[in-house]
Design a protein around this ligand. Sequence first.
Ligand code: BGC
Length: 694
Amino acid sequence: MNIKEIISKITIEEKFSLLSGRTNWDTAPVERLGIPSISLSDGPHGVRKDFNAANTVSEDGTIKPTWDTDLAGYNGLSYAYKATCFPTASAMSATWNTEMVEEVGKALGEECAALNVDIILGPGTNIKRTPLCGRNFEYFSEDPYLSGELSAAYINGVQSKGIGTSLKHFAGNNQEFDRGDISSEIDIRTLREIYLRPFEIAIKKAKPWTVMCAYNRLNGIYCAENKFLLNDMLKEEFGFEGLVVSDWWAVKDRAKSLKGSLDLEMPVNDKSMTVLKTAYKKGEISDEEINSALERVLKIVFKASEGKSSRGKEYDATKHHELARRAASEAITLLKNEDEVLPVTKEKVKKIAVIGEFARQPIIQGGGSACLTPMEVDSALDRIIELAGTDIEVDFAAAYSVWAAFPGVERLGKAMELAADADVAIVFVGESQKVEAEAFDRFNIKLSPDMENIILRVAAQNPNTVVVIEAGSAIDMSAWIHKVKGVVFSWFGGEAVGSAIADILFGLTNPSGKLAETFPLKLEDTPAFGTYPGNGFAVSYTEGIMVGYRYYDSYEKEVLFPFGHGLSYTNFEYSDLKITPDTPLIADEVKVSFKVKNIGKVQGKETVQIYVNDKACRTLRPNKELKAFTKIDLQPGEEKQVEFTLNREAFEYFNVNLNSWYIESGNFQIQIGSSSRDIRLKGKVFIKGEKDFS
Ligand code: BGC
């Protein structure tokens, strides 16, 4: 039976039953019409399939009282099946490697298939408006282009395995505080250029099966009821063909949400059937509205179930762990390396003091619905000891416990002694899942006073102190950065991050991670400071398009580490910029080419970033907007030619007077950088736009 036939035979009650979940994690079946149920699970950086949801019924029919520890475990939120914990989105974005993200996506797809999950609830592509947002670890970047490209890669990877994705949280969910009711007040240009843009890119490039609406209101209207957002923008303009699912319990009124173009409410909601029936009787919802949602739901339900028979049922967990380790290796970002304190070599170092429990038990992910039960977790300390071998002595002091970061004086005493006696002191610090998590925001962007204290006290004992930070979001390091020689940011790097960190410390891996978000000097410098978190009713995005580096770079604000920054153990030289044609028309494609050479002694990867600056525009535009990037691998002495094609999207902005995308004639500067503040090559191109003011 095709969907049209089903719709002609289905009762109104059956229709309504299909428009809300049956349980927390699956949709309702209608057996007489051959409509199966499909299951959804979190996401994004691993599969969190609830153990209870898996029908763990014993042969005699009783529910098992305990769980099988080989199969599942408690992750701080729920009992869930074990799955590979990959680096979280903020770490994945630091790889700047779309192929790597796609490969992780494929692995996620395989794990979903093995766990009988049809749709994984990710990726999260909300823009990092403020570093305080508790879920920044689940999001990619402050830049819409980078977020959109990485989301598309993730979706393509997962969906290539016959599993669906849920691009979330649509839209304007840029803080957790008050997220259930707050109205994000965002003007149309800012919406189009910044907050909707990553969704638009991912939808057009990768066609996610589902998009999840956000909890908050957007310009006064709940996203779950927002027809402008869900219909006019998403379905009509972006051409989204899948189904719109609510965030869990985001629907306040199922009838209003149906009118607002929300197709599937999740999870189960006992009231919805009555609400829909009453509204239908009163003529408040039409057959057309009901059928339109139903068609989208059925299309995805059948798509998921048709693919089921061809899906793999098993995956190679060892291979996935190895992939998680490779991904973490590319994400880890070397922020500071004074006097080349890193890498540790046996020529320079005879004794290392490793300080901090996180060296033994790393923080691999943030808290909340994304938090899954990992397969196995690597310890950085074990790998450090292995790599040190017999040449280097390694001493360890825990200094604090993972659960309460209050180091007793005695424990810190041992750490101080070890630090004073070593050639290098490596201090592991970070933020726990209780600090960076869903449903609340951080209060500030500093490490806890205890963590800062440990760094300062170790640094006072040892001039060669290196700090390894395990956190999901930007950190203010002003209290201690000048006292230490090295800073390695490992992000929430997934289950294999421990060994990946050690490989970087010892130079087995040359670091290549770069920041996908600016690290400000302090919270007060951030563009949303003063308007975040709003007055309880609304939060005004008055900084407009000036988000992240767009703000810091346009207004020349000093930052701790700029967008795109990340050091390597080698150096790269950029040369030979060519831009053709000289005077393109708007429809022309601008070709940018240049060379990058590894001029150091070790192999390394460099992420090159292309920024465009509309020099002469009469409307305010940021002095830098990322429009292309790529990561290249170079052996010592090797040189590669890099080529990009920029199209009109690289030059246009959203003109509110015309209510359309628009290019003003004039010179555009093309900036090729190793970071947004380390521009190596510049060139210009004259673009003939829609309007010429000269
Ligand atoms: C989160 C979503 C998540 C859903 C299901 C919500 O609270 O906002 O991101 O996918 O729960 O766990």
